[in-house]
Ligand binder design. Sequence first.
Ligand SMILES: NC(=O)c1ccc[n+]([C@@H]2O[C@H](COP(=O)([O-])OP(=O)(O)OC[C@H]3O[C@@H](n4cnc5c(N)ncnc54)[C@H](OP(=O)(O)O)[C@@H]3O)[C@@H](O)[C@H]2O)c1
Length: 254
Amino acid sequence: MPTALITGATAGIGAAFARRLAADGFALVLVARDEKRLADTAAALHRRYGVQADTLAADLATDKGITAVEDRLREGVDLLVNNAGFGHPGAALDVPIADEVTMLRVHCEAVLRLTMAALPSIRTRARGGVINVASVAAFFPHGTYSASKAWVVNFSESLAAQIPERRVRIMALCPGFVRTEFHDRASIDTSGIPGFLWLSTDRVVDAAMRDFARGLRVSVPDARYKAIAAVSRFLPHNLPGQILRRKALRAGRP
Ligand SMILES: NC(=O)c1ccc[n+]([C@@H]2O[C@H](COP(=O)([O-])OP(=O)(O)OC[C@H]3O[C@@H](n4cnc5c(N)ncnc54)[C@H](OP(=O)(O)O)[C@@H]3O)[C@@H](O)[C@H]2O)c1
């Protein structure tokens, strides 16, 4: 039975990956911080799909947490889904520097270290791979969140180009707005986001697994977001900055 390790597996996109991979017959290793929620998620997956679901409580914003997950990955897995992540409210200049550093640790350092810990066993098996959850935000400059996701895309693509084994795949997944706990947790106001732009977690994961099987290096689920990502190449690079500046002026902030 193949094994998949998923970070951020208790909510949103990570939980949808866990359901999908359990349905596909993967044994699971679920990673997140909240131990009770991990245990409940694992028990529900075992009940519903009959698969083994182990848990590993780890905070990927800490060296100890990353090291614990690296150790588990070195025992061998077939698929790693680097999914854990979070957002910040407000404009880049308002975010405390400590929160920015934490974001870089979870979105970049953890993704780098966990990918490198997983790859040797995956390459020995000559199949499987790594899915790194980035965002369409990677295609627009908008603070540390976008920059960290741009790193994830660039890192995944460059690594994929260096892997000689045909059936070992590294893919960056770039979803648009997805209904999860992400925005509430970050106190991000979503009232201005039109309904048609929201995607469901299951739809994102279905598209991701299809693109992964096809060997794509970057997956952008949904035609609307494919178009947005394509158009982003032709937009002025400072457009999001101009929009944010106008919003801040309207709100009476400098
Ligand atoms: N939702 C969107 O619109 C959207 C769009 C594009 C990309 N994404 C990306 O998709 C990924 C998943 O986001 P989501 O929307 O599914 O978020 P979510 O619903 O808030 O779930 C986040 C998951 O990550 C875990 N997590 C958060 N911080 C962690 C840490 N320091 N260490 C370990 N686990 C941690 C959480 O569990 P614990 O709190 O128990 O640790 C939870 O399981 C993120 O990388 C995000 O940037 C989201």
